[in-house]
Design a protein around this ligand. Structure first.
Ligand code: NAI
Length: 315
């Protein structure tokens, strides 16, 4: 099968080439992201392989269909960047990562929690400059604190398991209860209760039209003062302007993001020598209690293998 792989980075090339060694698919590695303007690059392909910031709207799909592309393989679990209905109407099949390593994202989530709580990012810089002052580095014991998990699928469940190990009380909101979570003592409740009881809130649900800006002004006022908020799921679950206001008033005490609403214009590229044009992102970067990673949570060897081998086998 001829596969056009969009948004290719060196690591995609490495893992896909290794995974393909026994399959002999004809892989074309393309650096541009897929959108209505670049769809023509797939003109000789039967399938396209895309990542989280490729824009597969109706126009892109129509362009792909006109080039006889019949399959879109997502190397992600989320598929909010694809117009699923339009794909169905055009007879284009979609496949996504079937069994992501949930550990990659859950462990990264816990990394953000620990870093923000114990201010490891600040301590690292201080010690390198010979500053051993503890001023401003005060954290709290995770043991005994309440963590609220929104979305208890694969990643949310592993996060619950890890945080249980820390001695946290784990509460959750999900339209569907997960018996695996209930077995380890996770208490399900309504979202408003989760907001008012959690010391730490972490998002692990997919982005859908219904939960766009789930964390907005109205949600934030229900939260405990100085709550820690973590988002390793999808940027648009959070209203970033509302978050900035809450950071300024200390209603939000710490923010850990692996995803950002406008990330497609920023993430996955070295932009260190360019002027930052996104004023909202620039403002976020000024807070000492904000830690942002660039959609990195999935990036472990194990998860990359799950993405590439799983994808090719599913054909
Ligand atoms: P999953 O499908 O196993 O679980 C999602 C859970 O969210 C389900 O239990 C579902 O019932 C629940 N849910 C759906 N709508 C909800 C809502 N409005 N409120 C609360 N819960 C809701 O998905 P998985 O594998 O756990 O992934 C979760 C999300 O993590 C993905 O949708 C994706 O957006 C994100 N992700 C981020 C990555 C990263 O690198 N930062 C990598 C992989 C996934």
């Amino acid at each position: 099968m001829k596969v056009a792989i969009f948004s290719t980075k060196s690591y995609d090339r490495q893992f896909f080439t290794a995974a393909n060694s026994q399959h002999q698919h004809q892989l074309t590695f393309l650096e541009p992201k897929l959108d209505r303007h670049t769809a023509i690059l797939a003109k000789d392909a039967t399938a396209v392989c895309i990542f989280v910031n490729d824009e597969v709207d109706k126009d892109t799909l129509e362009a792909l269909a006109s080039h006889h592309v019949s399959l879109i393989a997502l190397r992600s679990a989320g598929y909010n960047n694809v117009d699923v209905e339009a794909a169905k109407n055009l007879g284009i099949k979609l496949v996504r990562v079937p069994a992501y390593s949930p550990y990659a994202v859950a462990e990264h989530t816990v990394g953000l929690i620990l870093t923000l709580n114990r201010k490891l990012h600040r301590a690292y810089n201080r010690v390198r400059e010979g500053n051993f002052s503890l001023e401003g580095l005060l954290g709290f014991d995770l043991h005994g604190r309440t963590i609220g998990i929104i979305g208890t699928g694969r990643i949310g469940t592993v996060t619950a398991q890890i945080m249980t190990g820390f001695g946290c009380k784990v509460i959750a909101y999900d339209p569907y209860r997960n018996p695996q979570c209930e077995e380890i003592g996770v208490q399900y409740m309504e979202l408003s209760q989760l907001f008012s009881q959690s010391d730490i809130i972490t998002l692990h649900c997919p982005l859908t039209p219904e939960n766009h800006h789930l964390i907005n002004k109205e949600a934030i006022v229900q939260m405990k003062p100085h709550v820690m908020l973590i988002n390793t799921s999808r940027g648009a679950l959070i209203d970033t302007d509302a978050i900035i206001t809450a950071l300024k008033s200390s209603q939000i005490g710490a923010l850990g993001l692996d995803v950002y609403e406008q990330e497609s214009a920023l993430f996955f590229e070295d932009r260190s020598d360019r002027i930052m044009q996104d004023d909202t992102f620039a403002r976020l970067m000024t807070f000492p209690n904000v830690m942002i990673t660039g959609h990195q949570a999935f990036f472990t060897e194990d998860a990359m293998r799950a993405i590439t081998y799983g994808r090719l086998r599913q054909r």
